[in-house]
Design a protein around this ligand. Structure first.
Ligand SMILES: Nc1ncnc2c1ncn2[C@@H]1O[C@H](COP(=O)(O)OP(=O)(O)OP(=O)(O)O)[C@@H](O)[C@H]1O
Ligand SMILES: [Mg+2]
Length: 246
């Protein structure tokens, strides 16, 4: 792994209505790594992601993307460099699958035939045959299929950084395992920087180069899977108890 830094949190606290949603986040995400954030519901995982693509800006401290504070970035330019798969997929309901997946390439003025071949390639990748799925609308898909369209869309414009918020949550365990493996292979091959949120500790171990554990808005453990296994933090122990023997 290269140790160049893609994203850096410097003593970041984010408050809403005087209440900190995350507090004193102070860590770096390296280029090419897959950082998996785990933590209970409400622990601050999604908030941490939104601080990276400037959907939120820090109340205190700063977040740097490519060494430049996010508040100095043009928000649109910043977000074009960061693919985002949100928890609820965020597809446009009145756009077909093809148009949803091709959205960012078309905003970047790719040629129509380039967009189409990229869209088809991405749909193949996530296991949705374009002949069958490209012309459908989101409401004509199952929840898991919608999630896969969300993943395809985030990958389509080939951004260097991907934020993925429980992207495989609605999938059956078999498809999920397939996509996890495929995604890991792809991430390593393409050298993408990925921040991935999951509740599933098993999934964290499959995908992570490092695991970050959030608890009450703070990052309480950050380390390789092997380091995580040895963490004495009570919350880490609680998560490790959920690991099924394989
Ligand atoms: N826009 C907001 N305004 C006020 N409070 C918020 C906002 N978004 C989230 N919160 C609160 O901030 C805390 C952290 O929320 P966050 O969405 O980051 O949790 P999470 O770890 O992603 O949880 P989950 O696993 O359920 O998705 C929660 O207590 C939540 O209620
Ligand atoms: Mg969340």
């Amino acid at each position: 792994m290269s140790q160049e830094i893609a994203v850096e949190f410097r003593h970041v606290t984010f408050r809403r209505n005087h209440r900190p949603l995350v507090a004193n986040l102070n860590f770096s995400i390296f280029k090419g790594e897959a950082l998996v954030l785990v933590g209970r519901s409400g622990s601050g995982k999604t908030t941490t992601m939104k601080l990276i693509n400037r959907l939120f800006t820090p109340t205190q401290g700063e977040v740097l993307f490519n060494n430049i504070p996010t508040i100095q970035w043009n928000a649109i330019k910043l977000r074009r460099k960061i693919g985002y798969v949100i928890q609820e997929t965020g597809l446009f309901p009145h756009f077909t699958v093809e148009r949803n997946v091709g959205l960012v390439p078309s905003l970047e003025n790719w040629k129509p035939n380039q967009i189409k071949s990229r869209v088809y390639e991405m749909l193949h990748l996530v296991g949705l045959e374009p002949e069958n799925f490209a012309q459908r609308y989101p409401h004509e898909l199952s929840g898991g299929q919608r999630q896969r369209v969300g993943v395809a869309r985030a990958l389509a414009a080939d951004p260097p950084v991907l934020l993925m918020d429980e992207p495989f949550g609605a999938l059956d365990p078999i498809t999920r395992l397939e996509l996890q493996r495929e995604f890991k292979r792809l991430q390593q091959e393409l050298g993408k920087t990925v921040v991935f949120v999951t509740h599933d500790i098993q999934e964290a171990f499959v995908l992570a180069s490092r695991i970050g554990l959030m608890y009450g808005g703070e990052l309480v453990v950050l380390g390789t899977p092997a380091e995580f296994m040895r963490s004495p933090h009570p919350e880490a122990l609680a998560f490790l108890q959920c690991l099924k023997p394989s």
